[in-house]
Design a binder for this molecule. Structure first.
Ligand code: BG6
Length: 487
């Protein structure tokens, strides 16, 4: 077992109450994540109580959990580790009600000693989330508890405000952990390290040197079993108002006074307060051909499966710098990049045909894929006579550190942080409400959806949206292969 540094795990034994324990997210991420945290020694004293609508017993839940681990865990599941983990599982069908849940938690706590903490994880749709919150209240499980909520946190400003009000009737804000798993990704946190641990880039991290920014998250995935959810949600609510805006905040925020929850939330919320309302004319909504034929989808659906947009942060650092955001389903490639385009220098000293500026501006690129990479591209002289310029790049890959095995998956990292009561990588009610507020013009007046072919980059009008710039993706030059020798 790897040695876990002190202070990384929670101080107290944990009882996790997992609502939606047989659902898709629980199977793909939460059960494998809890299994890894438990077997790697991060949470040596932890019991997990599954709750769901399924009328199964503990043996049935164990079977579902084991299958989920076999299918989705990125680490090997050994029988010995599984036995230890399975021993700490329990199950309460939702229909058994609050008293049964209270009894299961009491039994789990009795087995763990006096000083235990509760982590309620709501991996359920919004309507079910509120009834789960009420059930927790009725069962008397609010004390010594933290609650992790999954998006969507409302669907517009009014519903978000109402949701927060209802939540606050049972849990106080400091007990609530609104998860945005993009912030749990190692490379997202590396944006903060890169920006604030180095003197090199922060002085030029502003409108005087940066021309525009792109946050581009195309996905090749379709909808799988999620079309009913997605039909009500769409790409903007599923990805932009959540993940892409959170990443934008890390990229754009002022240096916080400390790397602690309060100062970081303050700076992120300042970015959101400075955002200009999203204008429908700055948005391209797309829908892939064939979406309307998917099961559970309205044959006349206007739900977008793709969105590209321009937004602005109207403060001293960023006024006038466009931020282009794009994401969609069934696109040509799966990528998660932030690309920062620097202003170009005067080029008149170079002879015509030298190639200066011909391949776009200098770029700093963050690849937020799990095996993250960074690149800084610049012009350099092509070897030989005369002055011909080529686009070159400095590249770093997380592989280079040799520590890729230490990376925690986003959900693992965030579950651990919630158990420790650390809000740094979670979103706040204030931030979310502000994001719905800036979204209001778009939500009230969405432009019509335009068709795009599956396997493409979105509708044609995305090019007008970024003109005179161009989308960075697809990349003109491939990343260097970190495994190739000689580089
Ligand atoms: C989820 C969205 O929050 O994030 C999905 O609901 C999306 O639609 C997913 O596919 C992308 O996350 P990741 O970590 O797989 O890039």
């Amino acid at each position: 077992m790897a040695k876990i540094p002190p202070g990384v795990g929670p101080r107290f034994p944990q009882v996790v109450v997992l609502f939606g324990a047989t659902g898709d997210l629980a199977k793909r991420k939460l059960l494998p994540g809890l299994y890894h945290l438990a077997t790697a020694g991060f949470i040596p004293q932890c019991r997990v109580i599954g709750v769901s609508l399924d009328d199964i017993d503990l043996a049935g839940f164990r079977q579902i959990a084991r299958r989920a681990l076999d299918q989705f865990s990125t680490r090997k599941v050994t029988d010995a580790d599984w036995d230890a983990f399975a021993h700490n599982l329990d199950y309460v069908p939702l229909a058994a009600g609050a008293p049964a849940l209270a009894a299961a938690v009491a039994a789990a706590e009795a087995s763990l000693g006096d000083e235990t903490r509760r982590l309620h994880y709501l991996s359920v749709p919004p309507s079910a989330a509120l009834s789960a919150v009420r059930m927790l209240g009725e069962a008397g499980l609010v004390e010594r508890a933290r609650i992790v909520m999954e998006k969507p946190f409302g669907t517009d400003l009014a519903s978000a405000v109402q949701l927060n009000r209802q939540l606050h009737e049972v849990f106080s804000e400091d007990q609530i952990f609104r998860i945005d798993h993009f912030l749990g990704k190692e490379p997202a946190q590396n944006i903060l390290a890169f920006r604030f641990a180095n003197g090199l880039f922060e002085p030029i991290w502003n409108r005087n040197f940066i021309d525009h920014v792109q946050i581009d998250v195309p996905e090749t995935l379709g909808l799988g079993q999620r079309s009913a959810f997605y039909e009500q949600t769409g790409a903007y609510r599923d990805m932009v108002v959540t993940h892409l805006f959170q990443i934008l905040a890390f990229m754009a925020m002022e240096p916080p006074t400390a790397l602690e929850p309060q100062p970081i939330s303050e700076e992120k919320n300042k970015v959101f307060r400075s955002m200009l309302p999203v204008q429908p004319a700055d948005v391209v909504r797309g829908q892939y051909g064939g979406y309307r034929q998917e099961p559970g989808v309205d044959p006349e659906s206007e739900t977008e499966t793709f969105i590209a947009m321009k937004c602005f942060i109207d403060n001293w650092r960023w006024a006038g710098v466009p931020f282009f955001l794009r994401t969609g389903k069934k696109m040509a490639e799966g990528q998660r990049i932030i690309s920062i385009a620097f202003r170009e220098p005067p080029k008149s000293m170079f002879p015509p045909g030298s190639g200066v500026g011909a391949q776009g501006p200098d770029h700093l690129t963050f690849d937020l894929a799990d095996a993250s990479k960074m690149s800084l591209s610049f012009y350099g002289k092509r070897p030989g006579p005369g002055m011909r310029l080529d686009k070159l790049s400095l590249q770093f890959a997380m592989h280079d550190t040799g520590l890729i095995g230490d990376v925690l998956e986003a959900y693992e990292r965030l579950i651990l942080d919630a158990m420790r009561g650390d809000h740094t990588l979670f979103t706040t009610a204030e931030g979310i409400e502000r994001l719905w507020q800036v979204s209001t013009p778009l939500l009230e007046n969405p432009p019509p959806v335009r068709l795009y072919s599956p396997g493409g980059w979105g509708p044609k009008s995305i090019h007008q949206l970024v003109a005179p710039h161009a989308w960075r993706l697809p990349f003109e030059r491939a990343w260097r292969d970190p495994n190739a020798s000689g580089g």
